[in-house]
Ligand binder design. Structure first.
Ligand SMILES: CC(C)(COP(=O)(O)OP(=O)(O)OC[C@H]1O[C@@H](n2cnc3c(N)ncnc32)[C@H](O)[C@@H]1OP(=O)(O)O)[C@@H](O)C(=O)NCCC(=O)NCCS
Length: 316
C-alpha cells in the first residue's frame, strides 16, 4: 500500500510501479505528477505532460510526496514583466532584456532596473549604464533581481559593493478552483477604477503621504480596481487589483487594525477575484511579513519565486 493519503491530494508525488516481468526480471518504473484522487484500490495521477494515469494500488512498490516542480526561469521573467506593467513607472528604458524604471523614487517596484534576462552587453558596461541612468534622475541606482534565475548576477552586484535588501516573495494561485467565502453578514465591497479618499488615506497612513506620481503608478495598469469595505460608517479594508495579460495582481491589501482576523482581507480579495474574471493571480509580499504570508498560504497561494532589491554603494 502506498504511503500516501487523502492529505496528499493536489500535491506532487512520485510513484514507483511494478511494470511486469521481462527476461525473468521484475521491471520497475517511476511516475511523477500531481495526485488527483486516492482510494484503497487506485491512484489517479496527472503527469507533467497533462495526461492522466489511473494506477492500481497493487502495482505500487513505493510512493511519496515530492517538492513542487521548479519554476522555469522563462516563467519568472514573464511574470516579472506582467507585474512591472501592473505597477508601471512613468519613466522607463530598455537595456537588452532589462527594464529601467523610475517614478520619482516612489516604491522600489517602480524605481529599480528589472534585471530579468540579459542586458546584451558586458556586465560592467550594463551596470555602469544603469547607474548613470538613475543618477541623471537624482535617484539612487537600484536593481530588482529575480531569484533563483538572477543568483549569479546578484553575487556580481555584491562583489561590486551593492547591498541586497531582504527578499520579496512572489506568490501565485490558479483561480479556476477558487471558492468564494460565504459572508452574508458583510456589506458588498465597493470597487472603483481609481482610488477614493478612503483608499488613499489608508495607504498613506501606513506608507506616509503619497507624492503626486503615486496616482499615476497606481492607476497606470491596463485595468485597475480599488476595493474598499465600509461598515457602520467605518473603513475596514482595502485592496488594489490590476489586470492584464490574463493575470490579476493583488497589492495594497490592508485591514484596519481593530478589524483583523475576521476574514475581511479574504473577503476583499474575493471581491477583486470576481471583478477581475481571470484564471490566475499573483502578489508580492515581503519575506518578513509573516502574517500576510500566512493569509496568502491559507488562501492557496504558493511561492513562485523571490526577488531581491540591490542598492548601489553610495560612493560609486
Ligand atoms: C495581513 C492582513 C491583510 C490580514 O488581514 P485579515 O483581515 O486579518 O485576514 P483574514 O481575517 O482574512 O485572515 C484569514 C486567515 O489568514 C491567516 N492570517 C491572517 N493574518 C494572520 C496573522 N497576522 N498571523 C497568522 N495568520 C494570519 C489566518 O489563517 C486567518 O484565519 P484565522 O483568523 O481563522 O486563523 C492584515 O493583518 C493587515 O492589514 N496587515 C498590515 C498590512 C499588510 O501587511 N498587508 C499585506 C501586504 S502584502
Amino acid at each position: 500500500m502506498p504511503s500516501l493519503t487523502a492529505e496528499h491530494v493536489g500535491g506532487r508525488v512520485v510513484i514507483r510501479l511494478n511494470a511486469g516481468v521481462r527476461d525473468g526480471r521484475e521491471r520497475l518504473t517511476d511516475v511523477l505528477g500531481e495526485l488527483l484522487e486516492i482510494s484503497d484500490r487506485s491512484l489517479l495521477i496527472r503527469r507533467d505532460d497533462g495526461t492522466e494515469l489511473k494506477i492500481d494500488t497493487e502495482a505500487v512498490v513505493a510512493a511519496k510526496p515530492v517538492p513542487p516542480r521548479p519554476v522555469r526561469y522563462s516563467a519568472i521573467a514573464r511574470l516579472e514583466r506582467v507585474a512591472a506593467a501592473h505597477w508601471p513607472a512613468p519613466d522607463t528604458a530598455e537595456l537588452g532584456d532589462w527594464i529601467l524604471r523610475a517614478a520619482d523614487g516612489w516604491t522600489y517596484r517602480a524605481n529599480t532596473a528589472l534585471a530579468a534576462g540579459e542586458p546584451g552587453m558586458p556586465l560592467d558596461d550594463a551596470v555602469a549604464e544603469v547607474e548613470d541612468w538613475y543618477r541623471r534622475r537624482g535617484l539612487i541606482p537600484a536593481f530588482s533581481v529575480p531569484l533563483p534565475s538572477g543568483r549569479r548576477f546578484g553575487a556580481e552586484l555584491e562583489e561590486r559593493g551593492w547591498t541586497g535588501n531582504s527578499p520579496t516573495h512572489v506568490m501565485t494561485r490558479s483561480l479556476t478552483d477558487w471558492t468564494a467565502p460565504d459572508r452574508p453578514d458583510l456589506p458588498p465591497v465597493t470597487i472603483g477604477q481609481a482610488p477614493n479618499m478612503d483608499f488613499l488615506n489608508m495607504v498613506s497612513a501606513r506608507r506616509g503621504s503619497l507624492p503626486q506620481i503615486a496616482l499615476s503608478v497606481l492607476t497606470g495598469a491596463p485595468r485597475t480596481g480599488f476595493a474598499t469595505l465600509r461598515a457602520d460608517g467605518e473603513l475596514l479594508a482595502i485592496a488594489r487589483g490590476a489586470v492584464g495579460d490574463g493575470w490579476l495582481g493583488l497589492s495594497l491589501v490592508e485591514v484596519a487594525e481593530a478589524a483583523r482576523r475576521r476574514g475581511l482581507a479574504t473577503y476583499v480579495i474575493d471581491a477583486l477575484i470576481a471583478w477581475a474574471g481571470v484564471d490566475q493571480a499573483y502578489l508580492q509580499v515581503e519575506s518578513f511579513n509573516e502574517g500576510a504570508i500566512a493569509l496568502y498560504e491559507r488562501l492557496g497561494f504558493t511561492l513562485h519565486h523571490t526577488y531581491v532589491n540591490y542598492v548601489a554603494p553610495s560612493a560609486s
